[in-house]
Design a protein around this ligand. Structure first.
Ligand code: UD1
Length: 384
């Protein structure tokens, strides 16, 4: 067994898809800022590859280019997960890492954890313990399985501890360190691109000059079935009669809208269709919005941190603190409820919420400090 202090195997830090980047950026900064941690190597699986879902976000977040790119691309869940595993294994063999650090709940998170654990490499999972209790969501499967095989589980809210304890995870593996996604938000907030500039740049000058809502929609449950997508788009159209809407659409959604022939449902005077936005543009659009309508996980947290009301087009959330303490309300595809809440928010401003515990911009520092101590303790001889 090598001694970590003589030969510290790298920290292999994994990202795969858009929501990973804002979580990994502050972690990488914190890891590389500590002399008592091994070097951090950034591995990109290539799950997301579109410039607008990928390169642009790296620039905005000042995330260094990946040291290694596995270039797996799109595929079915089985193909994508298997391909990440196949290509990640030789990277682990070559680097003999002291730890593999994964974030969030995407296919790449689970795939790389599984490779590491089978090779007796410790796994640290950042954003552990979130549960929607909806196993039809691919992310829920990724969360449950990644947590089961992780050695270190860093959590963003206290409910995560109970979820993990219920699944038999020993308490000593669980560490409540706060929300790294909010680290990124607080770090970059002052550089957010003003909404007016983004809308001007997209040829929507003057659009929503007064007030507007922001929409993102990409979950399979909302966009993969024609009836679900038609219902979602019909609701958006009605909302737009009350409040102009800026929709930043994921490529997955654009593809479905075209395939199902629904483009005309989005052609309303008060709906501005935008491609996926950069991080700083999205921050600016959300910060100035009257409300946000979304099915994203991360945006539920970002709107809470920005104190902007969020209507989540899902039946459940793995982030209950955003409902209990933040600005989030679950609305599913309940047309009447959504229209009532939109009217209420337009009239009164809606939920303002408060900032949850440890969403203070320092989560990555706490994780880096804990990880350094944990790795050092592992390398001490038993009878030192
Ligand atoms: C993934 C994550 C989801 C996250 C979302 C954010 C999983 C299971 N899901 O979903 O948790 O909220 O990213 O964006 O990992 N596509 C492109 N360009 C790309 C990437 C994807 O056009 O760069 C299209 C392809 O048609 C692809 C589809 O989007 O088949 C789905 O992409 P995929 O990465 O499998 O899942 P997402 O839906 O993006």
């Amino acid at each position: 067994m090598g001694n970590l202090r003589d030969n510290p195997g790298a920290l292999l830090c994994v990202v795969g898809a858009r929501p990973n980047y804002m979580k990994m950026a502050p972690l990488l900064r914190a890891f590389r800022g500590r002399a008592d941690l091994p070097p951090a190597v950034l591995v990109h699986t290539g799950q997301h590859y579109d410039p607008m879902l990928n390169d642009r976000l790296f620039d905005d977040l000042a995330l260094p280019r990946p040291d290694i790119n596995l270039e797996v691309g799109s595929g079915t869940h089985a193909v994508q997960t298997a391909e990440v595993m196949r290509r990640f294994e030789p990277v682990v063999d070559e680097h003999r890492p002291s730890c593999v650090v994964v974030v969030g709940d995407v296919n790449s998170t689970l795939a790389c954890s599984l490779v590491a654990v089978k090779k007796a490499v410790p796994v640290a999972h950042v954003e552990a313990g979130l549960r929607s209790f909806d196993r039809a969501m691919p992310e829920e499967i990724n969360r449950i399985l990644t947590d089961q095989i992780s050695d270190l589980l860093y959590t963003t809210e206290r409910t995560a501890h109970d979820n993990l304890a219920r699944e038999g995870i020993p308490a000593e593996r669980i560490h409540f360190t706060g929300n790294v996604m909010i680290d990124s938000l607080l770090f970059h907030k002052d550089r957010a691109v003003p909404a007016a500039k983004t809308l001007d740049g997209a040829g929507k000058a003057g659009f929503g000059a007064e007030r507007y809502g922001v929409v993102t929609l990409h979950r399979p449950s909302n966009v993969d079935e024609p009836e679900a997508l038609r219902a979602s788009l019909a609701i958006l159209r009605e909302v737009s009669e009350r409040l102009p809407l800026v929709c930043a659409l994921h490529p997955r959604t654009v593809a479905r809208v075209e395939a199902f022939g629904f483009a005309e449902l989005l052609q309303a005077g008060r709906i501005a269709l935008l491609p996926p936005q950069g991080y700083l543009e999205m921050l600016g659009l959300m910060a100035d919005a009257t409300l946000v309508l979304t099915d994203s996980g991360g945006i539920q947290e970002e709107t809470t941190a920005l104190s902007v009301p969020c209507l989540t087009l899902r039946e459940n959330t793995e982030r209950p603190i955003t409902v209990e303490q933040g600005t989030n309300t679950l609305v599913g595809r309940d047309r009447a409820l959504i229209l009532r809440l939109v009217d209420e928010i337009v009239a009164t401003g809606g939920k303002r919420g408060r900032t949850p515990e440890l969403w203070d911009g320092r989560a990555a520092e706490r994780i880096a400090a804990h990880l350094a101590g944990w790795l050092a303790a592992r390398t001490l001889p038993l009878h030192a």
